[in-house]
Design a protein around this ligand. Sequence first.
Ligand code: ACO
Length: 325
Amino acid sequence: MRRYSRITGTGSYLPPRRLTNADLAAELAAKGVETSDEWIVERTGIRARHFAAPDVTTSDLGAQAARQALEAASIPASDIDLIIVATSTPDMVFPSAACILQNKLGIGGCAAFDVQAVCSGFVYALTVADSMIQTGAANKALVIGAEVFSRILDFSDRTTCVLFGDGAGAVVLEASDTPGILASDLHADGKHVGILCVPGTVSGGQVLGDPVLKMDGQAVFKLAVGVLEDAARATLAKAGKTEADIDWLIPHQANIRIMQSTAKKLKLPMDKVVVTVDQHGNTSAASIPLALDAWVRNGKIKKGDTLMLEGVGGGFTWGAVLLDF
Ligand code: ACO
């Protein structure tokens, strides 16, 4: 009998400090940077974001989300035999945020590693965990997307610092006789490194290069819309399904206009699209599991619904996962 993987619990965590656009605009104005609620809402759909306190790390946020997912799955942390954290803002250069988080959950021994695919990180991590469960390498996995993007923002650059937020989302993925994950499709094209990157690195005891986010917004926008449509169609084809089978599209929450364009290309009404970017901003690898958990907890996503998860981000990376919830 074929082994599948299935999500059995979801969880999420947002740090308590919430800034509306007006709050952020006031903080930026004090530094001589001009922006407005109107501009941010019109161009991005973002109304608020959460920022972690200075001493709070990615593994702190991820561990909170993981605890909630374990509770929802009704299993103890000690049952977990694989932890994958998708992040571009790990606590340290090494070890991985996954190892630090494993220790915070009070467990040890199981495989734990990070996946770095920026805003596509969660669909990459979910695909890796699914593959490991299908082959029997794991039985019960925690797949987490967690970020503190506020640490890598340039608050003098209004074209980027208004877009991002911090947070974490998690799922428990367990082996099952029935799907679960139906198909996935992952891609990358490294020739686009320069349009979205944090070019700094640690060398010789110093930070070399600029350790803050750089983005060509319009180039990202154009690429994102095209690849999200392609990834969704490829994933549907692999699963022998069509757009009509999708109950909920859960795209990476970067920008409402990217989501609207993707939905239009897939001929999906916006009431089938999960939107949390207004409240969370862009939380990179955390955005999809945060959105999933929000819609599970508000009762809109129900057991048996077919979900299309889609990510796109720096690298350039992109991908999609189709699953029965
Ligand atoms: N507040 C006020 N004005 C601003 C701000 C701001 N925060 N940022 C830029 N502006 C100004 C610019 O200076 C410019 O002014 P000018 O015309 O006088 O020169 C004007 O607004 C227009 O700027 P553009 O950069 O052309 O604005 P655009 O319509 O392209 O919107 C945006 C920028 C929102 C970044 C858009 O390009 C976009 O959505 N790109 C997609 C990128 C994205 O969402 N990335 C997220 C990370 S990537 C990922 O997650 C996949």
